[in-house]
Each structure stands twice: as structure tokens, then as C-alpha cells.
Design a binder for this molecule. Structure first.
Ligand SMILES: Cc1cc2nc3c(=O)[nH]c(=O)nc-3n(C[C@H](O)[C@H](O)[C@H](O)COP(=O)(O)O)c2cc1C
Length: 184
């Protein structure tokens, strides 16, 4: 199963267009559209509830629906516009919700994280109004994927300078889309 984690917010999202062009090449997918979901950050109550379920190893609880879906995907595509040097908060909330010890990762006896996700590859797709700097977005996702989730390969696909005065945003996007042919 290919999982599409759609963290695009605008209805006319160019990031989503770029991601869908990639998905068209990859094949059938299941989508989680974060902006349409009632995702909540972990507060004291939800965290305590989740920890109690983890302690009981009650992984069938609905609080683990999203983590299980993420862990079981064969391939993951994450799309998110470049916002404030990073990505929309909804993606962080999603990560907080899926990051369940015992499902997406666990700790070895020596404290090292052991990834439990099935996916071998994760694509991160973004577009930026100005220059794209991956430090707090793609680099962070890459770190989590490889270091914690056990996803060995990550790929970045992006289009930048879309909002610069006089720039041909459609032309830049079309070029990025045509470059997908080359992507493995
Ligand atoms: C809330 C917000 C924050 C943004 N922050 C940045 C930024 O830090 N750097 C940048 O280059 N562009 C920034 N942009 C511009 C977007 O990255 C750009 O318009 C992008 O293509 C939007 O993607 P979308 O069409 O998928 O919504 C921001 C746009 C919004 C709405």
C-alpha cells in the first residue's frame, strides 16, 4: 500500500499538484488529508490514555489507527508546503499522533531506536515561495524516517521561487513535474 500523507492546506495547492504527479507514476494510493481531519495535539489526557494502551499492548485501540496505517505502508509520500522555514503545524500534529512506541519504533535494550515501519522509501514533496532550505523540514523528516522509523531511503522533490515577483510559477512547477520521469 502506498500512503499519501497530504499536509497541503490551500485548495489550489501547488505542492499537492506536484505530489499527485509523482503518485500518478507510483500507482494506487491511500490518502490521509490532514487539513480535513480533526487531528489534535497530544494533551495530558490523550497522552496518558495512549501510554496506558501502550503499557497494556492494546494496539488495536483506535488511537493507533494512524500509526498502524503509517507503519504498514510499503511506500510513503508526504507533501507539505514550505511554511515559516518549515511546514504547516498540522504535519507536526500528525507526526505526534503516529509516533507511538511499539508501532512505528521501539527502543532496543541499549536504548537505541529500532524502526518498525515497513516502508523502504519515503518521498517528501514541497514547494516554496522563495528559496527552499531543507534544514527544518525535509532534513527533520529524513532524520525521523531513517533514525526512528526504520525507513532507509528518503527522497526530496521540490519546486522553489514560485512567489518571487515576475517568476513563471507555472513554468517552474511544470519543470519539476517533468523531472519526475527521472525519479526512481
Ligand atoms: C503561512 C505561509 C508561510 C510561508 N512561509 C514561507 C517561507 O518561510 N519561505 C518561503 O519561501 N515561502 C513561504 N511561503 C510561501 C509558500 O511556500 C509557497 O506559496 C508555496 O508554493 C505554497 O504551497 P501551496 O501552493 O501548496 O500552498 C509561505 C506561505 C504561507 C501561506
Amino acid at each position: 500500500m502506498i500512503l499519501y500523507v497530504n499536509a497541503c492546506v490551500r485548495t489550489e495547492s501547488r505542492t499537492d499538484r506536484l505530489a499527485r504527479a509523482l503518485l500518478h507514476k507510483l500507482g494506487a494510493f491511500e490518502e490521509v488529508r490532514l487539513a480535513d481531519m480533526e487531528l489534535q495535539p497530544l494533551n495530558g489526557e490523550r497522552l496518558a490514555y495512549r501510554e496506558a494502551q501502550i503499557a497494556k499492548q492494546n494496539y488495536e485501540d483506535s488511537i493507533f489507527t494512524l500509526p498502524r496505517q503509517f507503519a504498514q505502508a510499503d511506500l510513503i509520500v508526504v507533501s507539505a508546503p514550505y511554511w515559516d522555514g518549515q511546514f504547516p503545524a498540522i504535519l507536526k500534529i500528525y507526526l505526534e499522533n503516529i509516533y507511538a512506541i511499539g508501532i512505528v519504533t521501539k527502543y532496543a535494550a541499549d536504548g537505541r531506536p529500532l524502526g518498525l515501519c515497513k516502508a523502504k522509501k519515503l518521498y517528501y514533496v514541497t514547494t516554496a515561495g522563495g528559496s527552499y532550505r531543507p534544514k527544518f523540514s525535509f532534513d527533520y523528516i529524513d532524520r525521523l524516517a531513517k533514525g526512528m522509523f526504520g525507513i532507509r531511503e528518503t527522497r526530496l522533490l521540490y519546486a522553489e521561487n514560485l512567489d518571487i515577483e515576475g517568476s513563471d510559477a507555472e513554468g517552474i512547477l511544470a519543470k519539476a513535474i517533468s523531472g519526475i520521469e527521472e525519479i526512481e
